[in-house]
Design a protein around this ligand. Structure first.
Ligand code: ATR
Length: 287
């Protein structure tokens, strides 16, 4: 065992690749803010080494950490104890050791809702709850968001995806009363939907979704989980119609909160200083 715990608890973020993860900046900021001793570091783990890494955490001196792509499903499978959320999603992004057992949670859905709750308190109005909730994309992030929105009381989930079968499978597993539609049919839902979420990777590097915001319900809320760029073409088009919008950076910041509290014992606040720190980092040329 190495000596990581000599300076306080030590946590990690692992993925493949992991070079561009902002998690060390987020947790490093909080450790400094709260005057805590401890560490948080990136660990690149290639797929064939992952099971060994995650099942031998105690031997690396870590008390827990975050897991990102492509390891979230394997993490859930390796955990001794999972939260109900991780059980539903069959994927985990946050782990910790307790009494020698590996515990796993999935905080993506929590981060999604907490971002909206903090940025636009009262966003989940009765009007919006009763309208269709339109989610674009059916990958891992969508799974967590569909689950979170269903649990918040959005009962009319409409999931639009390029590959229809993938949306159908996701709904079967997570929100069986929802409706799957093709991405090409999204336009027809815009006049009705109270909340619209983009979880597809479209919007990164300026490529927008093929959706026009004309005719959108005027009191809709539009949000995107893409945060590079911060204002995606999707959000820009909605804002041009005077629609309320929330960008995706807050989800990244808020999903980190439960893990930090577990490992370091303080529930951290997501404040403007932290947000600015990450915004500044996003502007740096990527190597
Ligand atoms: P994650 O797990 O990070 O959410 P993912 O599993 O790679 O990401 O899923 C990405 C989502 O973006 C999917 O819904 C994907 O649609 P398909 O299921 O049809 O592949 C969607 N997506 C990616 N590129 C797209 C494109 N060019 N047009 C439409 N949808 C796209």
């Amino acid at each position: 065992m190495d000596d990581k715990n000599a300076g306080g608890p030590s946590a990690f973020v692992t993925g493949w690749p992991i070079k561009h993860s902002r998690s060390p900046l987020i947790h490093g900021h909080w450790l400094k803010c709260y005057g805590l001793s401890g560490g948080y570091e990136r660990v690149a783990t290639e797929p064939n080494a992952f099971v060994n890494f995650i099942t031998h955490l105690n031997q690396s001196g870590f008390i827990g950490g975050n897991v990102t792509l492509p390891h979230k499903e394997t993490t859930f499978q390796c955990a001794d104890v999972s939260t109900p959320t991780a059980e539903r999603l069959k994927a985990a992004n946050t782990v910790w050791l307790h009494d020698g057992q590996l515990h796993a949670d999935n905080t993506d859905g929590y981060g999604f809702l907490a971002n909206l709750d903090q940025t636009l308190p009262g966003w989940d109005t009765t009007d919006r709850l009763h309208r269709p909730c339109l989610i674009l994309g059916a990958g891992g992030a969508s799974r967590a968001i569909v689950d979170a929105l269903s649990n918040r009381g959005f009962s009319k989930i409409v999931l639009a995806n390029r590959t229809l079968a993938r949306a159908e499978t996701l709904l079967d597993e997570i929100a069986p009363t929802g409706t799957a539609i093709s991405l090409n049919d999204t336009q027809k839902m815009l006049g009705e939907a109270g909340v619209i979420v983009n979880t597809t990777s479209m919007g990164m590097d300026g490529n927008g979704l093929p959706i026009l915001m004309d005719g959108i319900y005027p009191k809709a809320l539009v949000t995107d989980i893409v945060y590079t760029p911060l204002t995606t073409p999707f959000l820009r088009a909605a804002a041009a119609q005077n629609i309320e919008t929330v960008d995706g950076l807050g989800m990244l910041l808020h999903q980190a909160v439960p893990g930090f509290e577990r490992w370091f014992g303080v529930r951290p606040k997501v404040g403007s200083e932290l947000r600015q720190l990450i915004v500044n980092d996003l502007k740096r040329p990527q190597t």
